[in-house]
Design a protein around this ligand. Structure first.
Ligand SMILES: [Zn+2]
Length: 472
């Protein structure tokens, strides 16, 4: 009423304002008691707060975009790039921002000993295991503003959307911001969710883990206000069954949805990564003086192993098997010096754990035979991590499909080739993931982009999926 008044001339405005106020006051006086109207009367149809009409799900996409842009300014590098590394000043500010938004959404906020942040909307049956959603906000150097962020800010907006619709959850809904999905600072990816999933190996490793400035994990965590009690990191562990369901919203980080013009990707499995570090040591020597028959070239051993990785991956016969040598360092790294040492880092993934482990075995055999043939020493063959793949839970997949259908959004089933916090949450909870298209599949660079429309679609599907799962 006032809005309409405001668009008229000031005289009419004041006249109407007076009338509005008087009628409001006199209306109140006439009945003695304030009028209570039910949701049924307001909506015009029978309204059950536990049920949700998909039309009632209205996402504030513009505001969400504003938040994404704002969060992107908490960065060590200038816009449009984002660099936000674990426990740095900008990470701490960004965390404060997330907690503030959770508070504004009416969530009760808590943090664990490594800074995983939880915001809870309590259900009307708070003793049941809650349903959760979330992702990460840390960003590798010079990356974009959507990876992970869409799944944190989007999940908070899904709560706002549900609240606006009048919905009341049966199970509590938890929004989680996971600590350090990216391995930038300590070389450990999905640190927060991996620890939540109860990784004893990680717990042990964190005692001695340092960054490249020789700052220990625990000191870094303390500087950001976490890990205050000695040895309290086990408190991060979640018991199996702590959550009834976990759903992560994420940009696809691949081109399929955009190419095919599809709004929603429903993830059925997350490929399982393994990473391996390899060191060869040879004789080195002068590039002119040491003749070819007398060389033990550690660099050529590395080059040969890189090609062997490709060969073994292709031999698997499945398009789902991939392998990459992303790091290949030669020592001493001079044009006129035969490499005396070489270092490779190999990443291999598959949705079939056995098939991937076969590749690792073959790569190991090759490393040994190459070393022997070239007279170099295989100084290290270290499998840094060898995570099992995760399969999405059937009932969550069904909920995501019916949410997409009810919202009239095109969707397809797909595999996540990148891995996410969901991979680890799957160890303690039934899991599902929702993908949205992103520009040309770009990710981990400043050109990373998702449209307001696509993000809003994702948030609506997430909201409806969470609503369905919370009623089960
Ligand atoms: Zn991510």
């Amino acid at each position: 009423m006032l809005l309409r008044c405001g668009s008229s001339s000031s005289l009419i405005f004041y006249a109407l304002f007076y009338l509005c106020s008087v009628s409001a006051i006199s209306g109140y006086k006439d009945t003695d008691e304030p009028t209570i109207r039910t949701m049924n009367e307001f909506s015009g149809y029978p309204f059950d707060e536990t049920q949700l009409h998909s039309q009632a799900l209205i996402v504030d996409g513009e505001n969400l975009q504003k938040q994404i842009d704002e969060l992107a300014t908490f960065s060590d590098t200038p816009v449009p790039s984002v660099t936000r590394v674990l426990y740095t000043e900008n990470d701490v500010i960004a965390r404060r921002y997330i907690k503030m938004l959770m508070g504004l959404a009416g969530l009760s906020v808590r943090e664990d000993a490594v800074g995983n942040i939880f915001g809870r909307w309590e259900g009307y049956e708070p003793n049941l295991a809650p349903v959760a959603s979330g992702s990460h906000i840390d960003a590798i150097p010079y990356s974009g503003k959507y990876d992970g962020v869409v799944g944190v800010l989007g999940a908070i907006e899904s709560i706002n959307t549900l609240r606006r619709s009048g919905f009341k959850p049966r199970r509590s809904l938890d929004i989680i911001m996971f600590t350090s999905e990216e391995p930038t600072r300590f070389g450990i990816s999905c640190l927060g969710s991996r620890l939540m999933a109860g990784s004893e190996i990680l717990l042990k490793a964190l005692e001695t883990t340092v960054d490249n400035q020789n700052i220990s994990f625990v000191d870094a965590a303390r500087s950001a206000g976490y890990a205050q009690e000695k040895n309290d990191l086990t408190s991060v562990f979640l018991k199996k069954g702590s959550y009834a369901a976990f759903v992560e919203l994420h940009i696809e980080q691949g081109p399929i949805l955009e190419d095919e013009g599809i709004s929603i990707g429903i993830v059925t499995a997350i490929a399982a990564p393994a990473s391996i570090k390899v060191d060869f040591e040879g004789g080195g020597g002068h590039a002119g003086a040491v003749l070819m028959p007398y060389r033990n070239d550690a660099g050529l051993a590395a080059a040969q192993l890189a090609l062997a990785v490709e060969k073994h991956v292709l031999e698997s016969g499945s398009i789902d098997t991939v392998g990459t040598v992303g790091i290949l360092d030669l020592h001493p790294g001079a044009i006129n010096s035969i490499p005396s040492k070489s270092h490779l880092e190999i990443d291999t993934r598959d949705i079939d754990e056995e098939r991937r482990n076969k590749v690792i075995k073959k790569v190991h055999d090759s490393a040994e035979s190459i070393a022997k043939a070239r007279g170099v020493r295989l100084a290290e063959f270290n499998i840094i991590n060898q995570d099992p793949p995760a399969i999405s839970d059937d009932s969550i997949v069904k909920a995501m499909i019916s949410a997409s259908e009810e919202l009239n959004l095109s969707h397809k089933l797909m595999i996540s080739r990148a891995y996410h916090d969901s991979l680890f949450m799957a160890r303690v909870s039934p899991m599902g993931m929702i993908f949205i298209p992103c520009f040309k599949g770009y990710s981990h660079k400043p050109e990373e982009h998702a449209s307001v429309q696509d993000i809003s679609n994702g948030v609506r599907v997430l909201a409806l999926t969470l609503a369905k799962l919370s009623q089960k």
